[in-house]
Design a protein around this ligand. Structure first.
Ligand code: DMJ
Length: 488
């Protein structure tokens, strides 16, 4: 059905970004070529499947996408194709979405993953291209996610069946809990959905989550990773800026940025959370590396996940507007995290970072257990390099990003696409044979932006969701999202 017309925010910097320097231009071209390689092979061997097995040369999927072929790679890659000027490929993806992307399927999907990859990807493609189909599909999908919020507390289930609307939580999550980084990473997309549809339902759902969290006790000021949606009580007292916690903090900051810095409540929650995190989780190793540990049952585990490396960029992004004018401090903290994460790459045989690394006696920024030595094409370290580059223009970030790009090219590229590797400390890598959709959505996009000039997607006009999908800043001064029809 047609959606009500709303004023489209100022879309500044959706093209261009040509660097003046010849060497940088060549590097940027190389990243675009890598994107072509990833996309073209997916196009040939995995089209319509969620992801690609680049060695077996066939489709791949995991339980987060449910049991149906939803073309996750297509949706996730669209905006990267667009900003790289790969317009034929973009149109090809658009055509597949128009003809095939259908959400009336009996399939149980992750609410979080579908929100960040599909709704985020479709909204970004809509804003960049102006093609209505993306907005319509985003709204159709969002309607299918709404039943996940039918819990006694309004904290959504982790998974929902798109057809029946029945929701449930992951079996492995503490005492039937929902996950902070999942139910806390809906705000950006849901605010845009209310903005674009004129329907306050999405806004109300995420504001309800925020209000509930505000009322809860926080041990040491920290948010635990688990919350039971039936009882409204915390599960285990684990706190992490990596997996299970990460993007909740990111979305507090980005809610404020996306509201043109008018959502002061979100900014306060971010500032309070970061203060507690700095006090209890951030430490310096003997060798002088700043790291973010994990709080588990009353003690600090000196282990940092690759996922937590995104926080370097978050601290830099949040520096401006921080309490008591601590901008310099947070920019420095972001730079220290970037350095630590670079060390985690540099101390491996492949110059690619492990999934998680320890700080224990003589061990610094190195994975110890075999199960933590893999690299699955994740973006977080490159994401942090890019934010630090934008805010400092220190050439080291482009150098570090280029080192990572070369390592990906050398060890992850195969003739059928790009694959993760199982052990970054072994000089003869074994591939995992998965080309993750976030490699096209995030890793290659951040690399491309790192070698572009700052006029491409400037950060005072665009806010990137946690899957690197850019959404424009909304100037909401004359708009209400809470359902007063007189104002819309
Ligand atoms: C992505 O889907 C998103 O960046 C998410 O926030 C965390 N995990 C992956 C990439 O590592």
């Amino acid at each position: 059905k047609p959606l009500p017309p709303v004023p489209i925010p100022n879309l500044i910097g959706i093209n261009g970004g040509d660097p003046e320097d010849n060497d940088i231009r060549k590097k940027r071209e190389k990243i675009k070529e890598m994107m072509k390689h990833a996309w073209d092979n997916y196009r040939i061997y995995g089209w319509g499947h969620n992801e690609l097995r680049p060695i077996a040369r066939k489709g791949h999927s995991t339980n987060i996408f449910g049991s149906s072929q939803m073309g996750a790679t297509i949706v996730d890659a669209l905006d990267t194709l667009y900003i790289m000027g790969l317009h034929d490929e973009f149109r090809d993806g658009q055509k597949w979405i128009e003809d095939n992307l259908d959400f009336s399927v009996n399939s149980e999907v992750s609410v979080f993953e579908v929100n960040i990859r599909f709704i985020g990807g479709l909204l970004a493609a809509y804003y960049l291209s102006g093609e209505e189909i993306f907005k319509i599909k985003a709204v159709q999908l969002a309607e299918k996610l709404l039943p996940a919020f039918n819990t006694p507390t309004g904290i959504p289930w982790a998974m929902v069946n798109l057809k029946s609307g029945v929701g449930r939580n992951w079996g492995w999550a503490s005492a039937g809990s929902s996950i902070l980084a999942e139910f806390g990473t809906l705000h950006m997309e849901f605010v845009h959905l209310s903005y674009l549809t004129g329907d306050p339902v999405y806004y109300k759902k995420v504001m309800h989550i925020r209000k509930l969290l505000q009322k809860m006790d926080r041990p040491n000021g920290l948010y635990p990773n688990y919350l039971n949606p039936r009882t409204g009580r915390w599960g285990q007292y684990h706190t992490s800026v990596g997996g299970l916690g990460d993007s909740f903090y990111e979305y507090l900051l980005k809610a404020w940025l996306m509201s043109d810095k008018t959502d002061h409540e979100a900014r306060k929650m971010y500032d309070d959370a970061i203060e507690a995190i700095e006090k209890h989780l951030i430490k310096k190793s003997r060798g002088g590396l700043t790291f973010i540990g994990e709080w588990k049952n009353g003690h600090l585990e000196k282990k940092m996940g690759h996922l937590a490396c995104f926080a370097g960029g978050m601290f830099a992004l949040g520096a401006d507007g921080s309490r008591t004018d601590k901008a310099g401090h947070y920019l420095e903290l972001g730079a220290e995290i970037a350095r630590t994460c670079h060390e985690s790459y540099d101390r491996t045989a492949l110059k690619l970072g492990p999934e998680s690394f320890k700080f224990d006696g003589a061990v610094e920024a190195v994975a110890v257990r075999q199960a933590e030595k893999y690299y699955i094409l994740r973006p977080e370290v490159i994401e942090t390099y890019w934010y630090l580059w934008r805010f400092t223009h220190d050439p080291r970030y482009r150098q570090w990003g280029w080192e990572a790009a070369l390592a990906i090219e050398k060890y992850c590229r195969v003739s059928g696409g790009f694959s993760g590797v199982k052990d970054v400390y072994s000089s003869t890598p074994t591939h995992d044979d998965v080309q993750q959709s976030f490699f096209l959505a995030e890793t290659l996009k951040y690399l491309y932006l790192l070698f572009s000039s700052d006029d491409l997607l400037p950060l005072d006009h665009w806010v990137f969701n946690t899957e690197a999908h850019p959404l424009p800043v909304l100037h909401l001064a004359n708009t209400t999202l809470s359902g007063n029809p007189a104002v819309r």
